[in-house]
Design a binder for this molecule. Structure first.
Ligand code: G
Ligand code: G
Ligand code: G
Ligand code: MN
Ligand code: NA
Length: 250
């Protein structure tokens, strides 16, 4: 396919870049973390979203090189930030199962001189579904080194409590479909409240993602979420703007 060969070239031509979206402490209003989100600026097609090319990279195996590059770039950017600000990186299931996956992440951290505790890996429940030994080893090895884990898109998959018991997640990210359901006469408010209560009990932070309005921010704070992310606070921005957002508040 066209996009397949173009993606190979994009890697060589520096058409990819990492954007950063802040996670805001809902109590203090300060930035606690940024999520790394990859972007592809195609010379003819303009900006391509990860939904359009990550699946292609997964099919072709390019996700391994691409994923390692993303982690390395994200770690380098985070190394420039204040020490209490962390970086979150999304992982594809294929990345986790690749041989040497944990090692690649640890060496990216070493190279960037970023403490492992400042990296958070976002994984979705689908990753955990097949109960692969590789996945378990990957998570345990990195957790041992101090890397944190966040369960992404929570509520869209199986939402198994078994995963929360088995793996050392420090955050649960409530999927934005629940946030957009707030005040819509749906049960979203109650679900967010229940997940927050569970998180509190388990010592995990609950992130509300996709916050677009002040009403949503108020509702999720009220429901017990401790962190918020979304266009209400900031869109994903390039590294120099992320640094400026941090400089402004410190
Ligand atoms: O730049 P660095 O040495 O960290 O790159 C490691 C690998 O990541 C290389 O094999 C490179 O081809 C690949 N890679 C993936 N995406 C990009 C990109 O957008 N730019 C560059 N320079 N390398 C990329
Ligand atoms: O950035 P955007 O909201 O368009 O992201 C769309 C989807 O692509 C999300 O599910 C997000 O997790 C995923 N995504 C964004 N950046 C990365 C990345 O660097 N690696 C992987 N594996 N997925 C990403
Ligand atoms: O699957 P994941 O949660 O990693 O996806 C993050 C995606 O959500 C990114 O593509 C990002 O651009 C998008 N996003 C971030 N904030 C908002 C928001 O407030 N509204 C909407 N609609 N999308 C958002
Ligand atoms: Mn994510
Ligand atoms: Na998510």
């Amino acid at each position: 396919r066209e996009i397949e060969s173009e993606l190979r070239l994009a890697l060589q031509r520096d058409e990819l870049s990492i954007f950063f979206q802040p996670l805001i402490d809902l109590e203090t209003g300060r930035i606690r973390s940024f999520e790394a989100l990859v972007r592809w600026f195609h010379p003819e097609k303009g900006e391509l979203r990860p939904d359009e090319f990550i699946p292609v990279a997964e099919e072709t195996g390019a996700i391994i090189t691409l994923g390692n590059w993303i982690t390395a770039q994200a770690a380098k950017a985070a190394a420039q930030w204040p020490e209490d600000v962390t970086i979150a990186v999304n992982l594809s299931p294929l990345q986790i199962k690749a041989p040497g996956a944990a090692m690649a992440i640890l060496s990216a951290l070493r190279e960037a001189r970023l403490d492992p505790s400042r990296l958070e890996l976002e994984i979705t429940e689908t990753v955990l579904l097949d109960h692969s030994q590789n996945t378990e080893t990957f998570i345990n090895e990195l957790a041992e080194a101090g890397v944190r884990f966040a369960l992404d898109d929570f509520g869209t998959g199986y939402s198994s409590l078994g995963y929360l018991n088995k793996y050392p997640f420090s955050k649960i990210k409530v999927d934005r479909s629940f946030i957009s359901g707030i005040n819509q006469g749906k049960k979203s408010d109650a679900i967010i409240r229940a997940v927050s209560g569970m998180g509190q009990t388990l010592g995990m932070e609950i992130v509300a993602e996709g916050l677009e309005t002040i009403e949503q921010v108020r509702a999720v704070s009220e429901a017990g979420c401790t962190l918020g992310q979304g266009y209400y606070f900031s869109r994903p921005v390039p590294d120099y703007l992320a640094a400026m957002l941090l400089a402004k508040e410190r």
